[in-house]
Design a protein around this ligand. Structure first.
Ligand SMILES: [Fe+2]
Length: 568
């Protein structure tokens, strides 16, 4: 990579050398056999912005699939009249012809444009922005997760890309899904014209499989538009490897027929690092994904890995049920969930987070991660008999209304609660308590971001002692189906009734949208931060509108007396 300053470039240009500097990127393309055509058909992307550097990405596929030299240019204008950096790099089949450059010596809080060239071919132009230094009045991030190509159109990506007010996009994982045609959420793929490629229609297993799936997703025009518009800050969730991935396995992996999980995981993570504009901790490390971003003095963002490095296997509710009697061993269940040796982040990542948060000067401490941290405890009876919800709601309404006629038995029906998603922080309660206790001890303003569930949520975060220490804002999916499909909510009144019931029965839940696809915007200022949830009316047709009637905004004010969710 070659860096030249703008002043240097102007001077070299005046000497007639500038053209030569730029054209070094083209030096390798001419051959006596003529120039090989190079395709940039997967677009461009940028990511992991810091104050002085941003990763730029493309894929350069030469017709002969051989090694190819690719030059890159970064300018302060879309026409590339004011070129500030150029360089040359090489790519080949060993990295799926992907190109990743960490462009350095950039100026903070500045918009740049970039493009790539190889032989006579030029990529589309991408736009990126560095992060701010020093005092900062506000920062605005879009938050997305769970984009499932065969499940529907990526209108949500299009909506984010339309906006001109964002600093970056956070992708909280499930950037792609590993399933085969006929598998999860593929039932509309043929009708939508979004089938998996013929050579990649099986469940992803090998490096080639994962690479081809990325190539399909990256052929989507809305995703390409989003990448070209904004820098991405991404973490994986489970489906970048397999459903319900944990450290040494996954629900959707069978060693006997699919081989060692470690090999599959290695292939999946390699493809991820090839295809995402992400900066490795050290070159060649495809595993360590947790990292930090500073937004001036306003916020510190910690992107966390709750999947690959340390996660212990998910607990299974069924293993606490006595098959003979149907009795639930609540004591053993509670003890296992609270086990101090149970890992989600693991000791090393937790220590890093503790150290970073302790020294942080940022007004907001933001965790960018996958799974819901809020305590989603529902009456245990709902798990066994979902039809009981109406009765439970009626009892809770009477309790809330101060009705003296509520019996002990009725009270026990609504107050005997149990977590329903053991893949989330609810299944790893000890580490959650460590983080919430840390926020309290440090007296910091904690905002946790989450994806994974496919629905929008907002939770108040409390320690076991009941201290309110922060909030959680969780985004809906881009296109994966949400609770509406599991709960069979086929009309808006049914959806609204369920949302009301969840809000009433789940203590810390402040908001949910159970049926729509969308994105979230997190806007942070010194005194308050707000989350805005935006939804589209459909992902099952090429045309759509934003469903502004269901738009929602909530806020949290900084300072220890205010750290709870408020209406805007
Ligand atoms: Fe997902």
């Amino acid at each position: 990579m070659k860096h030249i300053s703008r002043r240097e470039f102007v001077r070299l240009s005046a000497l007639g050398i500038g053209a030569a500097v730029v054209s070094t990127g083209l030096a390798g393309c001419g051959s006596s056999h003529g120039k090989i055509a190079v395709s940039f058909s997967n677009g461009v992307a940028s990511g992991d912005p810091l104050q002085d550097r941003v990763i730029i990405w493309t894929r350069a596929i030469p017709e002969d699939l051989a090694s190819v030299e690719v030059s890159w240019e970064v300018a302060t204008d879309r026409e590339f009249a004011n070129l500030v950096h150029t360089g040359v790099t090489q790519t080949d089949a060993s990295r799926d012809h992907t190109v990743k450059v960490d462009v350095q010596n950039l100026v903070a809080e500045t918009v740049y444009y970039y493009r790539f060239r190889a032989n006579d071919n030029t990529s589309t132009v991408g736009r990126m922005k560095t992060l701010a230094n020093g005092p900062l009045a506000s920062a605005k991030l879009a938050v997305v997760s769970c984009s499932n190509y065969p499940a529907g159109f990526f209108h949500v990506y299009r909506e984010v890309a339309k906006r001109d007010d964002l600093d970056a996009v956070l992708h909280l994982g499930d950037y792609l899904y590993e399933y085969e045609m006929g598998g999860y959420a593929t039932e509309d793929a043929v009708a939508l014209g979004r089938t998996l490629a013929a050579d990649n229609a099986g469940e992803l297993l090998t490096l080639t499989d994962y690479r081809r799936r990325y190539a399909l997703y990256r052929s989507d025009p809305d995703l390409q538009t989003l990448h070209a518009k904004l820098p991405l800050i991404a973490v994986w969730d489970d489906h970048e490897v397999k459903n319900d991935t944990w450290r040494d396995g996954a629900e959707n992996h069978t060693e006997a027929t699919e081989g060692p999980f470690s090999e599959r995981r290695m292939a999946a993570l390699q493809a991820y690092f090839e295809w995402l504009p992400i900066r490795p901790a050290v070159a060649g490390d495809n595993e360590t994904i947790y990292r930090h971003f500073r937004f001036g003095d306003l916020a510190d963002l910690y992107m966390l890995d709750t999947r690959v490095i340390a996660r212990d296997e998910q607990l299974a509710m069924a293993s606490y049920l006595d098959p003979a009697t149907g009795t639930f061993d609540a004591a053993r269940f509670a003890a296992d969930i609270a086990d101090q040796n149970r890992n989600l982040l693991g000791a090393e990542q937790m220590l890093w987070l503790q150290q970073m948060m302790t020294v942080s000067q940022g007004k907001w401490q933001v965790l960018g991660q996958q799974v819901l941290m809020g305590r989603m405890l529902i009456p245990a009876e709902m798990l066994q008999n979902p039809a009981s919800v109406a009765e439970l709601v009626a009892i809770q309404q009477r309790i809330d209304g101060g009705d003296d006629s509520v019996t002990e038995q009725e009270r026990s029906r609504v107050e005997t609660k149990i977590p329903y998603n053991l893949d989330a922080w609810d299944g790893y309660a000890y580490e959650r308590e460590v983080i919430l206790g840390l926020a309290k001890a440090l007296d910091k303003n904690l905002i946790v971001l989450a994806g994974d569930t496919h629905n929008a949520w907002a939770n108040n975060l409390k320690t076991l002692a009941g201290d309110q220490v922060g909030v959680e804002f969780a985004t809906a999916s881009v296109s994966s189906p949400g609770l509406e499909s599991y709960l069979g909510l086929d009309s808006l009144p049914a959806v609204l009734q369920s949302e009301y019931s969840f809000g009433l029965l789940i203590d810390d839940l402040a908001y949910c949208n159970l049926n729509q696809r969308g994105y979230m915007v997190l806007e942070m200022a010194q005194e308050e931060a707000r989350a805005d949830w935006h939804f589209v009316n459909t992902i099952k047709a090429p045309t759509y509108i934003e469903d502004s009637g269901r738009h929602k905004a909530l806020k949290v004010r900084s300072g220890h007396e205010y750290r709870y969710i408020e209406a805007v």
